[in-house]
Design a protein around this ligand. Structure first.
Ligand SMILES: [Zn+2]
Length: 247
């Protein structure tokens, strides 16, 4: 099957411009098929002998259907678009969704507070970079408090005597945590966005590395003793990773 560039056609509906790719397939007879993928990308499959005009006409005929599906797919994917740090944007904390509220205040009234379903950031400069820095600092502070509390609790549940390990925070693009040979546990502050059980899973995983330094069968046996359903929780965390790490 031959694949064409995705800028093959453009559908205009209202003020929305929807580009689509066209694939001409010798196997397809007569009908033109329109697919709207889960990320809002539109692909059209057409018989090999269909003209571009015929394809454009077929897409235009179903414009309303395409438009509806594209808009709903794009909104479902909106959470993985780059954040803008403006009021109304979603903030995730301990697995719950809050709405960001940005307020312009004099310098002395600066604050960052959770208020019901809102994370309210008040600052004299409401530009994206400043609000982003304030939100990140807030996550970091919450992560430090919550992780140290949970490390103490998970460490106590381990089947071997365990001192409180050293721990530090480090922003990482692709990892939730690491454990150095010397015993220092490093956790990603953005893990504080995850549900509580996912945070405990990452902590349990890293603390098991204090005993088993690699991912040997012994390591996973140990982890299973500490947290019998870790595999379910890992899948839950993996499924959310893209959203939780988006900054
Ligand atoms: Zn590991």
């Amino acid at each position: 099957m031959e694949r064409c560039e995705p800028s093959n056609g453009v559908l205009r509906y209202g003020d929305l411009i929807i580009p689509y790719g066209v694939t001409f397939s010798p196997k397809r007879r007569e009908r033109i098929k329109i697919n709207v993928h889960s990320d809002g990308v539109v692909e059209v499959e057409a018989p090999a002998d269909a003209t571009r005009e015929a394809v454009a006409k077929a897409v235009q005929k179903r414009a309303r259907w395409v438009h509806e599906h594209v808009v709903s797919a794009r909104s479902r994917f909106a959470h993985v678009l780059p954040r803008e740090y403006v009021s109304g944007e979603q903030i995730i904390y301990l697995g719950r969704r809050y709405s960001l509220k940005v307020r312009h205040v004099p310098r002395l009234e600066r604050s960052v507070k959770l208020k019901g379903a809102l994370l309210e950031v008040a600052h004299e400069d409401t530009s994206r970079d400043v609000i982003r820095a304030r939100v990140r600092a807030w996550y970091r502070m919450k992560a430090r408090d919550y992780f140290s509390e949970r490390i103490a609790i998970v460490a106590r549940s381990l089947p071997w005597p365990q001192d409180m390990p050293d721990f530090r925070l480090k922003e990482m693009k692709t990892r939730w945590g690491t454990c150095a040979a010397g015993g220092t546990v490093t956790l990603n502050p953005f893990l504080v966005r995850a549900p509580r059980e996912c945070i405990d899973y990452v902590i349990a995983h890293e603390l098991c590395h204090l005993r088993e330094h690699n991912h040997s069968p012994e390591f996973f046996n140990l982890l299973t003793r500490v947290m019998p359903d870790w595999q379910r929780i890992k899948i839950r965390l993996d499924d959310m990773a893209e959203v939780l790490l988006n900054d």
